[in-house]
Design a protein around this ligand. Structure first.
Ligand code: ADP
Ligand code: MG
Length: 395
């Protein structure tokens, strides 16, 4: 049970409902190249429509730096939304002020209006109270369904939530918080975390936080290089963070002290260049040449990590095992993705690149939960309170 109210707890008929969504989709000109984020918000939008709310959608798109920028207009998204929903939605070329106010006044129960990019206003990212007030004037109730933006205290994610009451979670937000929250609070065990990706420094707080909760931690990707260096292995020209060696050492000690297994690669795929067509070879930990780079976990490590996942009942995965963007270095990430898909239990994928890897492997449908928020899920897994969630009305 969530400790914040959700749209299912409040009566919305006839109410003007300001909904913060995350429609920050990749665009090629006016063409949406990936509409996952729009689709993720549809259940909430449909629910509000069916409940007879007057729905006002607000989102950011890209980084217009507080100025109107036609290339970052939400207008093409409005057209796509109409297509996806199967009924007409309106678009307002402003997000606040008399134009927006007038557009809201024309709404009948169940109607949907999409406002222009909220980051066309300087105050958005500064969480300016005057701007938050201008958004609050448009509506009676606030809904936050933009999990991917909830780690930022902006006018439409935090400021306005403090001005409208009730301020409640949408269905996507609710799902993100409940699935990940349950895994952290009361996981079915064994609970395994897989942490990879480029850098130790990006994920150190996640590792620290999860180490207390998990039974087993698997480390891969570029960050494993720093752990291996900390253990005295020469890593050649691999990506390593010299200033994180002591941190890596301390984490290995901490894991030992609290009786948790922390697995590191036992072999690697190395190459002499960071290139897709570089000649790759498998190397033991003592065999990385001075001019070589470790770009993936090796076959023995793949087997060990698969075995470690076999009996898992809860898995959180954040960060690829290697440079999966290049086929020669994708096997480790693919093997782990398959092993996670096979898990009979709760599987959660967070992190933009990890999600991309799972989708690329065609395994997304077989995971319990794919988080829509890269940065937000990272902060959530660090145990931090997300300002966009904190600002919602307590149950
Ligand atoms: P996520 O987005 O899932 O949180 P990160 O952004 O932390 O993941 O890391 C993903 C990036 O790490 C990918 O672009 C991948 O190519 C890179 N990476 C993984 N392993 C290595 C490695 N051994 N050397 C260099 N880069 C790596
Ligand atoms: Mg990333």
């Amino acid at each position: 049970m969530m400790d914040k109210l959700t749209i299912r707890d409040v009566d919305l008929r006839g109410k003007r409902v300001l909904v913060r969504v995350d429609f920050n989709v990749p665009l090629d000109g006016e063409t949406i190249t990936d509409d996952t984020r729009i689709r993720a918000a549809l259940p909430t939008i449909r629910y509000l429509h069916d409940e007879g709310a007057r729905v006002i959608l607000a989102s950011h798109l890209g980084r217009p730096k507080g100025e109107p920028n036609p290339a970052l207009s939400l207008r093409p998204i409005s057209a796509h939304l109409t297509e996806l929903l199967g009924f007409t939605t309106a678009f307002c070329p402003e997000s606040i002020g008399p134009t927006a106010q007038a557009a809201v006044e024309t709404l009948a129960d169940g109607d949907i209006l999409l406002l222009e990019n909220v980051r066309f206003h300087k105050g958005e990212e500064k969480n300016d109270p005057v701007l938050a007030q201008a958004f609050a004037k448009l509506a009676d109730v606030y809904v936050n369904d933009a999990f991917g933006a909830a780690h930022r205290a902006h006018a439409t994610t935090e400021g306005v939530a403090r001005l409208l009451s009730p301020a409640v979670a949408g269905l996507l937000m609710e799902r993100e918080l409940s699935v990940m929250g349950a895994a952290l609070r009361d996981p079915e065990r064994p609970f395994v975390a897989i942490i990879g990706g480029a850098k130790v420094s990006d994920k150190i707080k996640v590792i620290e936080h999860l180490l207390d909760k998990v039974d087993l931690l698997l480390i891969g990707g570029g960050m494993a290089n720093t752990f291996l260096l900390a253990q005295g292995y020469a890593m050649g020209k691999s990506l390593v963070e010299g200033d994180q060696i002591d941190v890596a050492k301390a984490l290995i000690v901490k894991a030992k002290d609290c009786g948790k297994d922390l697995l590191l690669p036992t072999d690697l795929v190395v190459a002499n260049q960071f290139r897709a067509d570089a000649t790759a070879r498998v190397a033991g930990l003592t065999e990385v040449g001075d001019d070589e780079l470790a770009l993936d976990i090796g076959p023995a490590t793949r087997t060990a990590y698969k075995a470690a996942l076999q009996d898992a009942k809860t898995v959180i995965w954040n960060g690829p095992m290697g440079v999966f963007e290049m086929t020669a270095f994708a096997a480790g990430t693919l093997a782990v993705a398959e092993a996670v898909a096979d898990v009979q239990g709760t599987t959660i994928i967070g992190g933009g690149d990890s999600v991309a890897a799972v989708e690329q492997a065609g395994l997304a449908q077989r995971m319990t939960h794919i988080s829509t928020g890269g940065g937000a899920s990272l902060e959530f897994l660090e145990g931090r309170l997300l300002p966009g969630v904190e600002a919602l009305t307590d149950r």
